[in-house]
Design a protein around this ligand. Structure first.
Ligand SMILES: Nc1ncnc2c1ncn2[C@@H]1O[C@H](COP(=O)(O)OP(=O)(O)OP(=O)(O)O)[C@@H](O)[C@H]1O
Length: 745
């Protein structure tokens, strides 16, 4: 049997199971402004109430609290019991299960959203009515004569017992005996006398109240007059006359109804929707339209052939059809249903205008990279977290959408776990990542040759460290390390030095496309992304130009976590979110320029989610980094550059620097053997045993040749091979670093 559309005002239900043994599944149907409204659940009463409430609510005021007060508490009429096999419509368990507790009870941010909406709403309404109180008082006072007249008339009717006049007359004229007649008249007179006495006493009390009030102070008089006029005015109110004005402007946003949504869907210009909907208005099926957090959620089955992804791609048009700001309208695909199931969430306020959720760790708290860390909230106000350990990540977006802020947030989260060794490289060279310099083992901002050389050296050191870690893991007993990976417990054992390492590179395209070292850097990062996670190494790359060069294939294929803010086309979308993301409806192209910090997060959980990342400004970041530094210092985990060290493997100074350090400017040329002796004295660990030959050989790669130099020693002319200081200085000016070459000529 086809589900029929309910008649106006009708509320009916279909219960699955037999009459004797009703199942727990119920489908209730009502009519919402002409469109069928269907709810699924397992509580007939609750469903009926929900439907009735939706139907009865005034469109411009959708207040979750009022749902409870709606008088139309109706239980749907059960029109039919259905056998599960013979039934039409959605099958059992098909994504209609409702959470036991509503979102706003389980999610703090959703609660904050709903509460702030209620405060805003009532605050605005309170202020609106507050300034109009004098007007309302005048309106009430103007109706007081009517009130006085109504009260007088009512009292008169009561005293005269007008209600029973006709009955009395009929009795008196129906041939009653004289005795009966006299008794009726006597009773009537006694009743009238008694009532007149009561009315007279009431009047006397009022009059004496008036006399007392007349002798009271002006304030009491004013209150007495206002109260009397108020009571009289309210009693005398015109039947359909409003004393108060409307606090909300109806034109602000039309009520969200199934009709409005259907009209918006058909305005998208999609033939897959318009064709079937033109023939059958019920081709767009509403499975649910309910209040959800700080907005409304509609579950819709699009006509056969239409997909949710197509609608998502036209979010702007859909928002226009719903007469709402784009950032209020969030079409999504139901990941558990077919491609034509659209979940449309429409917020009470634009997300971009709402304040980003504060980061829970901004003032206090530590993290553990092995457990989820807070990232932000989704458009419905639910908390979104991610786990950093055993994963690398990619952040991509067009410029100025919040990519750097998001990456910095993740870096700060990593910094708040004192065990994590941070390596932060900002190729853009701005100040955004600078707060991390206080805690980072290695930090560099810029794209100068020395920055590139620094990164290269650091990456080489990290790859070497990764190898060492695998050796350590190999050597551990199976019961300590059963999966050959760094666990939370192993990461805390200092003697193993298996603490987590977090490497972040912002604007990777600059490093990966470097003409000389790009491919080496790209290879090293790819290696770390591929083999690093089990060894406790996490790599995060951010780029504003997501293409094959800025995200090499190896990284694209192996980075698990993806954070994609607004991108301009499907290629960039799939580059960040993974191949096929666009076609399955995960489209960061749908974000508008105002959706700052809003992204698709993929890789965390089964399905990608939308997240508005928490906003932490530069001062906030500096404060968090300072806190992280204190925690690290206390734990004895301040290492590398943060501890003021230059790690040996990152010591970029060369033999040239060492020569100049041991060579006063007053000597233009010095014999090579003498330089060897000075080097040995200056850095015995490096140069012990050096001869003139070692010096000349080491300087050859820099293009420095030895020259013959004459000096008088003990009155004798001595001629030996020497180095000119200017040559060394010139070499220092045009080179960044060249590895020591210890080979003899
Ligand atoms: N979560 C957020 N909520 C609100 N605004 C944000 C958020 N994240 C970033 N922004 C705003 O967006 C602006 C751009 O952020 P950010 O510098 O991170 O962008 P970007 O994509 O890294 O830019 P570029 O490509 O130039 O480096 C910032 O000035 C910030 O005010």
């Amino acid at each position: 049997m086809e589900n029929r559309t309910p008649d106006d005002g009708e509320l009916y239900a279909i219960v699955y199971g037999t009459e004797d043994e009703p199942g727990r599944e119920v489908e209730a149907r009502g009519l919402n402004q002409g469109a069928a409204l269907v709810q699924h659940g397992n509580d007939l009463d609750a469903l009926g109430h929900e439907l009735a409430a939706l139907d009865a609510l005034d469109g411009e005021v959708i207040d979750p609290e009022r749902v409870e007060d709606v008088p139309a508490r109706r239980v749907p009429r059960v029109i039919e019991h259905r056998d599960h096999d013979g039934r039409r419509g959605p099958r059992r368990g098909e994504a209609f299960e409702r959470a036991v507790l509503p979102d706003w009870l389980t999610s703090r941010s959703a609660l904050v959203g709903s509460t702030s909406w209620a405060c805003r709403y009532y605050g605005k309404a309170g202020a609106f009515h507050g300034v109009r109180l004098p007007l309302y008082a005048l309106r009430v006072a103007a109706r007081s004569p009517w009130g006085a007249a109504r009260i007088t008339a009512a009292v008169w009717r009561w005293v005269a017992d007008s209600e029973h006049r006709d009955a009395r007359r009929a009795l008196l004229t129906s041939g009653v005996t004289a005795e009966g007649y006299l008794r009726i008249r006597e009773e009537r007179r006694n009743q009238a006398r008694g009532r007149a006495f009561v009315a007279g006493s009431g009047l006397a009390v009022l009059a004496s109240g008036g006399v007392v009030a007349a002798q009271a102070d002006p304030m009491t008089q004013a209150i007495a007059v206002a109260a009397s006029l108020g009571v009289l005015g309210l009693v005398g109110r015109a039947k359909d006359g409003r004393i108060t004005s409307r606090a909300m402007d109806k034109a602000e946003a039309p009520r969200l109804t199934a009709d409005l949504i259907a009209a918006a869907l058909t305005s998208l210009g999609l033939s897959s929707i318009n064709g079937p909907a033109g023939k059958d208005p019920k081709a767009i099926r509403f499975l649910a339209l309910v209040r959800d957090g700080a907005g409304f959620r509609a579950d819709i089955d699009l006509p056969a052939g239409a997909t949710a992804a197509e609608v998502m791609d036209r979010r702007e048009k859909l928002a226009s059809g719903l007469q709402r700001h784009e950032s209020q309208v969030w079409p999504e695909r139901d990941p558990e249903a077919h491609a034509g199931r659209l979940v449309l969430w429409v917020g009470d306020r634009p997300l971009s205008k709402a304040r980003p959720a504060p980061w829970p760790l901004v003032k206090a708290g530590r993290t553990n990279v092995f457990t989820p860390i807070p990232l932000g909230v989704d458009h419905r106000g639910r908390k979104v977290t991610t786990t950093l350990m055993y994963a690398s990540g990619v952040v991509g977006a067009v410029p100025r959408m919040g990519k750097t802020f998001s990456l910095r947030l993740i870096e700060l989260a990593a910094a708040l776990d004192p065990r994590v060794e941070l390596h932060v490289f900002d190729m853009k060279g701005g100040a955004d990542h600078l707060p991390l310099a206080d805690v980072a083992h290695a930090f560099r901002a810029g794209d100068e040759p020395e920055d590139i050389a620094f990164i290269l050296a650091d990456l080489k050191a990290l790859v070497a460290e990764m190898r060492r870690r695998y050796k350590v893991l190999r050597g551990l007993p199976r019961e300590v390390c059963p999966e050959s990976k760094v666990t939370d417990e192993l990461a805390g054992r200092r003697e193993l030095a298996l603490h987590p390492i977090f490497l972040a590179i912002d604007e990777t395209q600059i490093a990966f496309e470097h003409p000389d070292h790009g491919s080496a850097i790209s290879d090293l990062v790819t290696d770390l992304v591929k083999r690093g996670p089990a060894a406790g190494i996490m790599v995060w790359c951010a780029t504003q130009r997501p293409d094959a060069k800025s995200i090499p294939v190896g990284i694209k294929a192996n980075a698990i976590l993806r954070l994609c803010l607004k991108v301009s086309d499907h290629t960039a979308n799939d580059m960040v979110l993974g191949t096929g993301a666009y076609s399955t409806g995960i489209r960061a192209t749908m974000f508008s320029r105002s959706d700052l910090g809003t992204a698709w997060l993929a890789g965390e959980g089964d399905d990608p989610v939308i997240v508005r990342t928490s906003y932490v400004d530069a001062d906030g970041a500096a404060a968090i980094a300072a806190r992280a530094r204190v925690a690290r210092a206390a734990a004895g985990r301040l290492t590398g550059m943060a501890a003021g060290e230059t790690p040996a493997d990152l010591d970029l100074s060369s033999v040239l620097d060492h020569l100049i350090a041991a060579w006063p400017g007053t000597e233009p040329k010095v014999w090579a053997d003498e330089l060897a002796a000075r080097l040995t004295e200056h850095l015995p660990g490096v140069y012990a045993g050096w001869t003139a030959q070692n010096v000349t050989t080491a300087l050859k790669p820099y293009g420095i040749r030895a020259v013959q130099h004459n000096r008088v020693v003990d009155g004798r002319q001595v001629n030996k091979r020497a180095i000119a200081r200017n040559d060394v200085l010139a070499a220092l000016g045009n080179t960044i670093d060249t590895p020591h070459d210890d080979k003899e000529d």
